[in-house]
Design a binder for this molecule. Structure first.
Ligand code: ATP
Ligand code: MG
Length: 439
């Protein structure tokens, strides 16, 4: 990758940081509370990577080479370098507001202004650099200049956005990707811990065993004898084209859609003739296609509905667990669910299912209709749940991403399972690649 491409990519990420700062400033102004840990991670990252690495290397390599090639460069670069020098001081001033608890930040006009000012300065700086410095660099720098600069930038390890992102920046990353490119926030993070909810005896008995399942809409048979096994702790993907019967399969497992033949065993029990509410009670919790949150109800009430069959004394604990995973839902808990963005509604739909303390979580197309960064975020959440030991059946049209995280997968074609194997095998399978991965 060429140095300028690397720098521009880093700018895009810094721009997201600026947008995140603006957004958080708005939240604080609206009287919301934001944890200090978020700011600490944000400021640490800026200090470590933006000031310590990105700016430093621009000064040492790109700007230095430009100054060598052309005296004209000084006019532009003096200002940019001065901004680089000022940044740590501005950041230090921001840090000065921390340490007095998160309440001290809510509605604190001085801090909010300082945040906004920092974000504006950062955006202006990036604009200035790309508009003025880069065109000049392209004009005056020679191939051997570029080789040196590219080498210097190529060994960057961005601890937030890079391939080897570090754990302490994980929550910050969730916040930022969920804000960009559009101003919508999922705010998912890897806290919460659902692991202890699904026991892991390691017994070889499948948790779910479906045999010859059939289901019809009138005379149309949508499922023609589907069999599937899911073991505890597995993430199983069900992929297939439009109308293959994926949703029908999940709805039949949940008991919302009647079955006309076959058997569903769950946790050693035959659930084939058991009502849908009893199946939820047994631990089959469903996040439906199209999210289907109750728009006029508050976010918290939507979550409580997911816990309808749970012992009331555990409600607070379960709410806390969900809120720890999705702080944004906590921040907005009193608002009508309809005010949430599509991505946030998806998180709410998943959270509502989690409120039932699933032993098996059914997810129907959780990434549908979301912007690419949010799709990535949804898959991060699913991966986190899996790592916590949750057993998941994931229905996805985004077969590529689903196979990438699944332990095993099934391919459904017009009501029949036509292929099954590990996620990896399926992703490498010629037939699957041709039909679903567009390769
Ligand atoms: N309510 C319904 N009434 C009649 N037919 C239906 C109904 N819902 C689904 N079908 C039909 O059943 C078949 C399976 O549909 P289903 O929604 O389960 O597929 P899917 O794999 O989930 O598709 P998609 O990827 O579009 O969500 C399709 O032929 C569909 O037209
Ligand atoms: Mg469907």
């Amino acid at each position: 990758m060429h140095a300028l491409d690397i720098i521009q990519e880093e700018h895009r990420n810094l721009w997201r940081i600026a947008i995140t700062m603006d957004w958080v400033a708005d939240s604080l102004q609206n009287g919301e509370q934001v944890e200090e840990g978020f700011f600490v991670a944000l400021f640490d990252y800026i200090q470590e990577f933006m000031d310590g690495c990105h700016h430093a290397k621009e000064d040492q390599y790109l700007f230095l080479a430009m100054r060598r090639r052309s005296p004209e460069a000084a006019v532009i670069l003096d200002r940019l370098e001065a901004e680089h020098r000022d940044s740590p001081q501005l950041l230090q001033a921001l840090r000065g507001f921390l340490g007095q608890g998160p309440r001290a930040l809510t509605g604190n006009a001085e801090f909010i202004d300082a945040l906004r000012h920092y974000a504006d300065t950062l955006k202006q700086h990036i604009r200035h650099e790309e508009k003025d410095a880069f065109p000049l660099a392209r004009e005056i720098l020679q191939p051997d200049d570029w080789a040196g600069i590219t080498a210097a930038f190529s060994d960057h390890h961005d601890p937030l956005f890079g391939k080897q992102a570090r754990a302490e920046y994980r929550e910050l990353y969730h916040r930022i990707v969920s804000l960009a490119p559009e101003a919508i926030g999922l705010g998912g993070r890897s806290a919460g811990g659902f692991a202890h909810l699904s026991s892991s005896s390691g017994a070889p008995q499948p948790l779910l065993k479906v045999d010859g399942l059939e289901s019809c809409y009138g005379r149309i048979k949508a499922l023609k004898g589907v069999s599937m096994e899911i073991f505890k702790g597995e993430l199983v993907a069900l992929v297939g084209a439009n109308g293959a019967g994926k949703t029908t399969f999940l709805r039949t497992l949940s008991g919302i859609q009647p079955m006309s033949a076959g058997k569903i065993r769950f946790g050693g029990r035959d659930l084939s003739r058991v009502r849908s509410d009893r199946r939820v009670k047994a631990g089959i919790c469903h996040s439906p296609e199209g999210r289907q949150v109750f728009g006029p109800l508050s976010i918290e009430d939507n979550l409580k509905l997911g816990a309808y069959l749970r012992p009331p004394e555990q409600l607070d604990e379960d709410l806390e667990r969900v809120y720890a995973m999705f702080p944004v839902l906590h921040e907005k808990r009193q608002l009508p669910a309809g005010t949430l963005s599509g991505g946030q509604q998806q998180m709410l739909a998943i959270s509502r299912a989690l409120m039932g303390r699933p032993r098996l979580l059914l997810l129907d197309e959780p990434s549908m209709g979301l912007a690419p960064l949010l799709v990535e975020e949804v898959f991060n959440v699913i991966r986190t749940l899996k790592n916590q030991g949750m057993t998941i059946l994931l229905v996805e049209q985004n077969a590529f991403a689903a196979l990438g995280i699944a332990d095993r997968a099934y391919v459904l074609e017009t009501g029949n399972i036509v292929l099954t194997g590990t996620g990896q095998e399926m992703a490498n399978n010629e037939q699957v690649r041709a039909a679903y991965l567009g390769m």
